[in-house]
Design a protein around this ligand. Sequence first.
Ligand code: NAD
Length: 474
Amino acid sequence: MSSQYDVIVVGGGPAGYVAAIRAAQLGLKVVCVDAFIGKDGKPALGGTCLNVGCIPSKAMLDSSKQFHNLTHSFKDHGISADNARIDVAQMVGRKDKIVKQFSGGINSLFKSNKVSYVAGFGKLLPNRQVEVTLQDGSSHRLSATNVILAPGSVPIELPFARFDGKYIVDNAGALDFASVPKRLGVIGAGVIGLELGSVWRRLGAEVTVVEALPDFLAAADTDCARLAKREFEKQGIKIMLGAKCSSAAIKGNEVHLGYADKDGDKVLIVDKLLVAVGRRAATTGLLAEGTGVKLDDRGRIEVDAHCWTGAEGVWAVGDCVRGPMLAHKGSEEGIAVAEIIAGKPGHVNLDTVPWVIYTEPELAWVGKTESELKSEGIPYKTGSFPFAAIGRAVAMNETAGMVKVIAHADTDRLLGVHMVGPCVSELIHEAVVAMEFHGSAEDLARICHAHPTLSEAVHEAALAVDKRAIHKAN
Ligand code: NAD
């Protein structure tokens, strides 16, 4: 194996593997070093997103949605089925197959793009050298003109609720339960808690989400968050806000979760506990002395607007640097850095990174919320439109939700678009494109939208900014 490269990428998740492919497309000699070991004990490319995050959770969300529809929604369509049953092993097996297919897909893409792959743990040494420790414990050194660090993130562990893989689990554990837990406790009403809580609720678990903050989904639009919470509660998910957890004791086959809310100390007894209180940059053991790479006060790698660490030829992208911990943000940073290294312009606009929560209804947004604009003193106007007045949504029997468009009060420039409802993970991209092109609410309002489609809600919300929505009172 060669030891001299143009680019070494440390990390084969959506930030790292995309950076490696793009750099190779641009004619550079690239090696990607990745330490992830899959469920079958073999090295697996794709990082958290592909192995234990985005892709497997969407597979499980889809399976559980099919079951929920069969047992709850199909009868409205005149379809009935007796004795609906779940085979959890089959469901998890299907998810594992999808993961394997996509991880193998990255190996093929590496081969076709001539990216070398070393399965091992990479540690940055001074002067753009990387020490790689292989699974058998042996190590060797690689050097390059440029190193891209893309180590990703790991779940934050609470000191009183350590992951044991059996009763107290992280996102990976909650994707692999052998059967539906009767009672599932979730610490943290964030993205992971709500998505995985939804999976097991739809399959019949009693799900209780315990959240320390008083507000639900504080980063989202307040109206969208309120509407989503109401729908989740209708589905039977119990959400306790302003409840801070402080202990978790395993007694017999149960977890006794101690928490305090405004009424004092309480205990919640569950069969499984998912801890989803955020993630931290995976920088443990990544940096040797003297590399010149610095960490910030949250343990993330410090970078400038172009993901440069300040050390010659060393870059960092994805979850390990500032900005949202989202796969697509990491991929864009990986592409930008590869292009900069190859002498081209590369840039990521963090202001137009879309957010999606894949619950039912889905939430999606881009840009600023009303609360952010208020605190920044920016004058704005809004227009919103409910899916209940959209013919396609009614025909689909998925009417919960709305679209809200926020525009500058004086210039009409789009500042944020917020959605909760059916398929909003797809609808949001119209707003992303419009904002990326510095569009206005008027631009969205003047675009012809096909009828009957869900995207008419975006059109009507944009019209509503100027109080001229057609299918609702303004
Ligand atoms: P999160 O930051 O989304 O939510 C964590 C929640 O836990 C917060 O609301 C926080 O207030 C709460 N919390 C923290 N400590 C607590 C305590 N002691 N008791 C009760 N509540 C407590 O984190 P997450 O859900 O773990 O997700 C981690 C990261 O992964 C996020 O940055 C997210 O963006 C990313 N992710 C994204 C997607 C997606 O894009 N759909 C899916 C999964 C994960």
